[in-house]
Design a protein around this ligand. Structure first.
Ligand code: TK8
Length: 336
C-alpha cells in the first residue's frame, strides 16, 4: 500500500510540474507523462541512456514527457514489472532474469557460459530470433520495445580470492530472483540466496552475504569495492536489459506517439550498448586498482562449465526444449 501511495504521489507531482513548466501543451490538454523506473544509480550507462531516450522523445513531440527515476526509487525489477501490468507505472528497464517467472523463454540467458562475446550477442538478439523472443512479453500485459544491455556478469566477494571451483564452497552469494541462477551456483558449490537488487548493497555491508555477481559497470559505479575485496572474472552470464512499456500505457498512445516511443527506445538502446561496452572496459581498469582481481580461464573454466552442464540439461524443458535448441543454433550460426 505504501508503495502504491508513494507512486501516486510521484505521479501527481510530475503532472503538476509539467503543467507549470510548459505551456506548449496549452489548451489541448495535459502532457502524457512516461515514468521510467530503473534499478541502477544515476552514474550508470542505464541511466545515461534513459536520458537519451527522454531527449529523443521530447524533441519529436510536445505531447509526451519522460521522467527517469533511478536507484529503485520507484521499485525493484520484479515489482516494477508488476506495476506495468497494473498500469500504475509506464516504463521499466529490468534485467531479463526476474522476468522469467512471467515468460519462461527469457530463461535462455540464464543458462551459464553460452553467450560469451558481444558479437554473438548482437547476432542473436538484433534479428528475427531476438524479435521472436521480445514478442512473447506481450502475453503478460507489457510490451518489449528494445534490447538494452546490462552486460557480462562477474563475481565479487569479501572473503577470499576465487581461483578454483573449490574456492566457491559454502560462499554465500546473492543471486537475482531466478531459479536457474540458484541452481547453477548450488551446482558450483556455493550457497546462493535470491534477493532484489535494491537490498544488495546493505546485505554486503552487513555481511549477511559474502558475494554477488554483476557486470563491471555496476560493480564499479555502485561502489562495491567499498564492501567487496575480491573480483573474479567469470563471464558466466550475459544479462540483457529489456525496455518494457505497460500495455495500458501503450493503448493510451496515438499511432504517432507509439512510433516515436518505439524508435527512441531502439535508438537509445544502440547508444546504451555502446556506452555499456565502453564502460565495461574503463570500469574494469578502475576496479583492478581497487580490488584483488583474477580471471577464471583454461582448465579451471572447463571445470566451472562442467559443473553447470546438468543444470543446463535440467532447465531446457522448463524454458522449452525447442526454443533452447533454436537459441543454440543461433549461437552456432553466429560463431561461423
Ligand atoms: C537493476 C538490476 C541489476 C541486476 C541485478 O535493476 O539484480 O543484479 O543485474 O542490475 O537489473
Amino acid at each position: 500500500l505504501l508503495l502504491m501511495l508513494s507512486v501516486l504521489l510521484v505521479a501527481c507531482g510530475s503532472s503538476e510540474s509539467s503543467n507549470n513548466g510548459n505551456s506548449a501543451a496549452g489548451d489541448s490538454g495535459e502532457k502524457k507523462v512516461l515514468r521510467i523506473s530503473l534499478g541502477l544509480n544515476d552514474q550508470t550507462p542505464l541511466y545515461q541512456s534513459s536520458l537519451k531516450f527522454k531527449e529523443l522523445v521530447e524533441e519529436k513531440t510536445d505531447s509526451l514527457e519522460v521522467e527517469v527515476y533511478h536507484s529503485g526509487q520507484i521499485a525493484d525489477d520484479r515489482s516494477a514489472i508488476e506495476m506495468l501490468q497494473f498500469g500504475t507505472l509506464e516504463i521499466t528497464i529490468p534485467s531479463t532474469a526476474p522476468f522469467t517467472t512471467f515468460v519462461p523463454e527469457y530463461g535462455i540467458f540464464d543458462l551459464p557460459f553460452l553467450l560469451t562475446d558481444t558479437k554473438i550477442v548482437d547476432s542473436v538478439l538484433q534479428g528475427p530470433f531476438g524479435d521472436k523472443l521480445a514478442e512473447k512479453a506481450s502475453s503478460q500485459g507489457v510490451i518489449q520495445l528494445a534490447w538494452w544491455e546490462n552486460g557480462f556478469r562477474n563475481l565479487t566477494n569479501s572473503k577470499k580470492p576465487i581461483k578454483t571451483i573449490d574456492d566457491l564452497n559454502g560462499l554465500k552469494i546473492r543471486t537475482m530472483e531466478n531459479e536457474i541462477h540458484l541452481a547453477a551456483w548450488s551446482a558450483m558449490g556455493a550457497n546462493p540466496t535470491p534477493m532484489a537488487f535494491t537490498e544488495l548493497f546493505t546485505a554486503m555491508q552487513q555481511k549477511t552475504i559474502d558475494g554477488q555477481e554483476n557486470p563491471y559497470p555496476t560493480i564499479h559505479l555502485e561502489k562495491y569495492p567499498e564492501v567487496q575485496k575480491y573480483l573474479t572474472e567469470t563471464n558466466h552470464i550475459y544479462s540483457p536489459f529489456i525496455f518494457l512499456i505497460s500495455q495500458k500505457t501503450w493503448d493510451g498512445l496515438t499511432e504517432e506517439e507509439r512510433e516515436i516511443v518505439k524508435n527512441a527506445a531502439i535508438e537509445a538502446g544502440e547508444h546504451n550498448r555502446n556506452l555499456s561496452r565502453e564502460t565495461a572496459v574503463s570500469s574494469l581498469e578502475e576496479l583492478k586498482g581497487l580490488m584483488e582481481y583474477n580471471k577464471i580461464e583454461g582448465a579451471e573454466l572447463e571445470a566451472f562449465k562442467a559443473a553447470v552442464q546438468p543444470v543446463i540439461e535440467k532447465y531446457k524443458s522448463t524454458i522449452g526444449e525447442d526454443f533452447v535448441n533454436e537459441f543454440l543454433a543461433e549461437i552456432e550460426k553466429a560463431q561461423q
